[in-house]
Design a protein around this ligand. Structure first.
Ligand SMILES: *Cc1c(COP(=O)(O)O)cnc(C)c1O
Length: 403
């Protein structure tokens, strides 16, 4: 089927018109919705109304009326529409890096007699560095999985290294490089079999792949909101703490906003009841506004329909890559089986650094991941099949231009 046919039959096609496009500087193919999602027109309006009416109008009263609870009310909504998490376990908080530190330290504290943390060599840099910092801080040992760069962490890889020494296993549900989709419920079982916890990084799966954190037995999780949730540059991340762990859960940054009865200004830190204890200081309210429109769209459409579009987009991209790019020496560096793939596809070619720079000047925007990868991030609500076609053909042209 042609891109035009696929677009015409796409049940989500109407949603593309909900995203803002800048006619003064047109992007003809945006293939980086997994790094920075596009803004919706509704969110431009919502942020502007927030400035004038909520901030400008309610002023300090806004804290009592809405903002103090917003990290939790918005967390509950995210949990409901995208995480498969019942209310009271999800909070919007700090950056992904900072929340991952707080959650991973909290995970280690839930298993105080254990000495090892398991992670993989190809996890996102922040995930590796944060665990290195915790290892040096607490004297714990990092147990590394040497995962395949073109696929990812398989359940058997985890089973090979966990033991009664393991405090927790950290896995990126969708690998940032290859797009490999880990088997989260199986990873949870393997961790639990030895009494360890599973911490998931959902940065590249939330809003793209259906999640059932409660059902899968995931213990703790963090994820980004500026990728598939379109929260805008630097919008705050979310954390999930499974209800059964909340009474014992302690994170290391004790601030007034996470204390029981914050406004009593009492002596001594006592963690708040429930998921509020994940919060440290004043929440970044302004950064929580834009994502709300994407959560509304996800609630309307449902994650199953979003995943179906996502699979169709990546399948179509791979079909074009096989016909037009593989003959030019491009290698597919993502799983070719859709059940093992999230919402992006990575391609390898030694010239891709220069090719990406030239693509950007012509309004074709994938991203480059060293040493030689182009990632096509196909955000299901905002990306058309036509954009995929334009993008892949532009890569072919740039590669041919060089030879
Ligand atoms: C994007 C991403 C992050 C980003 O962390 P920040 O603190 O927001 O910069 C972290 N982990 C993974 C797996 C990511 O994909």
């Amino acid at each position: 089927m042609t891109a035009a046919d696929l677009d015409a039959r796409d049940p989500l096609r109407e949603y593309r018109s909900r995203f803002h496009t800048d006619d003064a500087d047109p992007v003809v193919s945006y293939l980086d919705g997994n790094s920075l999602g596009r803004p919706t027109t509704a969110s431009i309006e919502r942020v502007s109304t927030f400035m004038t009416q909520a901030w400008g109008g309610r002023l300090i009263r806004g804290w009592d009326e809405e903002w103090f609870e917003l990290p939790i009310t918005l967390g509950d909504k995210l949990g409901r529409v995208a995480l498969g998490a019942a209310a009271g376990q999800t909070v919007i908080g700090d950056s992904t890096t900072v929340l991952l530190y707080k959650i991973a330290r909290g995970a280690a504290a839930l298993r105080p007699d254990r000495t090892e943390m398991v992670l993989d060599r190809d996890n996102f840099p922040t995930d590796r560095y944060v665990l290195e910092s915790i290892a040096s801080e607490l004297g714990l040992t990092l147990v590394w999985i040497d995962s395949d760069r073109r696929s990812g962490v398989r359940t058997a890889d985890i089973a090979d290294v966990v033991s009664e020494r393991t405090a927790f296993v950290l896995v990126s549900h969708v690998a940032y490089r290859s797009g490999f989709l880990a088997d989260a419920p199986a990873a949870a079982r393997v961790a639990h079999d030895v009494g360890a916890l599973l911490v998931l990084d959902l940065s590249h799966s939330v809003g793209s792949v259906p999640l059932r954190l409660d059902e899968w037995g995931v213990d703790l999780a963090v994820g980004c909101t500026y990728k598939y949730l379109n929260g805008g540059p630097g919008s705050p991340a979310f954390a999930y703490v499974r209800a059964e762990h909340l009474p014992e859960f302690r994170q290391p940054v004790w601030g007034w906003m996470g204390r029981a009865d914050a406004f009593a200004m009492e002596q001594g830190y006592v963690p708040a009841e429930g998921v509020r204890r994940v919060i440290s200081g004043t929440p970044p309210v302004l950064g929580m506004i834009a994502m709300q429109d994407t959560l509304d769209m996800i609630g309307e459409v449902g994650m199953e329909a979003i995943r179906a579009k996502s699979v169709a987009l990546t399948e179509y991209a791979l079909e074009l890559v096989r016909s037009d790019l593989v003959p030019l020496g491009v290698e597919i560096a993502s799983p070719e089986n859709a059940d093992e793939r999230g919402g992006h596809v990575t391609l390898d070619h030694p010239d891709f650094r220069e090719v990406t720079a030239r693509l950007w000047t012509r309004g074709v925007i994938p991203d480059f991941r060293a040493p030689s990868g182009i990632r096509l991030g196909l955000s299901p609500l905002s990306t058309s099949f036509e954009e995929v076609r334009i993008g892949v053909l532009a890569i072919a042209e740039e590669l041919r231009g060089r030879t």
